[in-house]
Design a protein around this ligand. Structure first.
Ligand SMILES: [Mn+2]
Length: 426
């Protein structure tokens, strides 16, 4: 669905004066403390967040699924939905495809359709965590780490095929999230499984074009509950280092045990030029995949602090590929993604306000209370006027969540697509 520019203008004009007043107040504050709001907005413009093709429908749990109407029925409609998110928020200019859930029937046509919505293809995602109906060998006991060389070969071939689809769509990277693991002590030889995984990754890496990057995602547990072959950033870093220069670690916020200091992991990986991708979500207990910033907004702010600080000082770091990796069991997925985009934008803007020079000075003097005052000052600044201004300047709406509700977008989608639709995904 494309929103008519007149509707955007009318919506934005409604409270233009109030917004101008709010922005003026914030701009004066920022300018007086040495910030250039225009520069900050330019950097926000570079922060485009990929939306994965599986996040647009209702997810479920292993206990049940409660679908909502108007879900995208095919890849065309998924692109349409990401296009809508981008048109409203101006922050979601990429789509991340999952194969085989979203195999493009005609890559040229799909590429052209995405371009119509000003979207490009971000990292491709492979799937060896479930068996497909036409699949010869099962992944029940693993894929890239499997004891049987024929299963490993099948899994490697699948990953190569995903790269080929990505090549024809203009993607430049591949994310491997490997579910392989075990449920019982003694079920697998842990070090042999890791060795086999490294060998399989090397084959996938060798298939990538020279300008591609490989992202290696880690996760401590689930779907398996005793061991996971790539459980943590250390193992991911080890594999990335051994696989090659263009292999990087990927940090998914939900893939950590409770209370892990994720911002420190981010800092460490960036310092070694090995943070390639980042998956946003939030969680209370485990990999809950809920709305970004809804539980731990301060953690998100601290992560952006490390990203801004780290990428400015680490010369070898690649552009980080950002994606929202959430699933939506109760909320309207599109609304939830808009909320997540808001949270990301706000955390980034707040972290941009940190006075890094003063912070470094305070750190060198071991002035702890000054350091924390600098962070608190940035974190508690209401930067919403700046985010609204960014969107209006770029042709989006100042408040995508309100626009979505007021224009009854879900009702329109249900009218166009039907009430009983099911999107591919989990
Ligand atoms: Mn992820």
């Amino acid at each position: 669905m494309k929103i008519h520019p007149d509707d955007i203008t009318t919506f934005n004009q409604a409270d233009e004066n109030q917004r101008a007043e709010d922005l003026d107040f914030l701009t004066r504050r920022l300018t007086s403390s040495g910030h250039d709001p225009d520069k900050i907005l330019d950097r926000l413009s570079d922060l485009q967040i990929a939306i994965p093709s599986w996040a647009l429908g209702s997810g479920g749990t292993r206990f049940g699924r409660f679908p909502i109407g108007g879900q995208p029925r095919n890849l065309d409609e998924k692109i349409e939905d990401v296009g809508l998110l981008h048109q409203l928020s101006q922050m979601a200019g990429n789509i991340s495809l999952h194969i085989p859930w979203d195999i493009p029937d005609d890559t040229e046509r799909i590429k052209a359709l995405a371009a119509e919505y000003h979207l490009t293809f971000d990292a491709m995602n492979s799937n060896t965590f479930q068996d497909q109906p036409d699949q010869k060998l099962s992944y029940k006991f693993g894929s890239l780490s499997h004891t049987d060389p024929f299963v490993r070969k099948q899994a490697v071939e699948h990953n190569k095929q995903v790269i080929d689809y990505g090549k024809s769509l203009g993607s430049k990277s591949m994310t491997v999230w490997l579910a392989d693991g075990s449920n019982h002590p003694g079920q697998t030889n842990l070090s042999s499984a890791l060795k086999r995984t490294g060998d399989s990754l090397a084959e996938i890496y060798a298939h990538m074009p020279a300008d591609w990057s490989l992202f290696i995602e880690y996760k401590p547990f689930e779907p398996y509950f005793y061991s996971t072959v790539i459980p943590d950033w250390g193992t991911s870093y080890l594999l990335a280092s051994e696989t090659g220069e263009r292999a990087y670690s990927l940090v998914d916020l939900g893939h950590h045990l409770p209370n892990t200091n994720i911002e420190q992991i981010v800092a460490t990986l960036i310092s070694r030029g090995k943070l390639g991708g980042f998956h946003f979500n939030d969680s209370k207990y485990a990999d809950d995949d809920i709305t970004v910033g809804s539980i731990k907004p301060y953690q998100l702010f601290l992560i952006f602090m490390e990203i801004i600080q780290g990428t400015a000082t680490s010369p070898h770091n690649p552009d980080i590929a950002y994606m929202i990796d959430a699933s939506h069991n109760l909320k309207d997925p599109l609304l939830d993604l808009l909320e997540s985009l808001d949270a990301i934008g706000l955390a980034f803007l707040k972290a941009s306000l940190i006075d890094f020079e003063a912070l470094s000075d305070a750190q060198n003097r071991n002035d702890i209370s000054r350091s924390s005052a600098i962070l608190q000052d940035a974190f508690h600044t209401d930067v919403r006027p700046l985010l609204r201004e960014y969107r209006v300047r770029k042709g989006g709406v100042h408040d995508p969540i309100r626009f979505y509700a007021e224009h009854n977008i879900r009702e329109q989608l249900i009218r166009n697509r039907g009430k009983n639709t099911l999107a591919t995904g989990l």
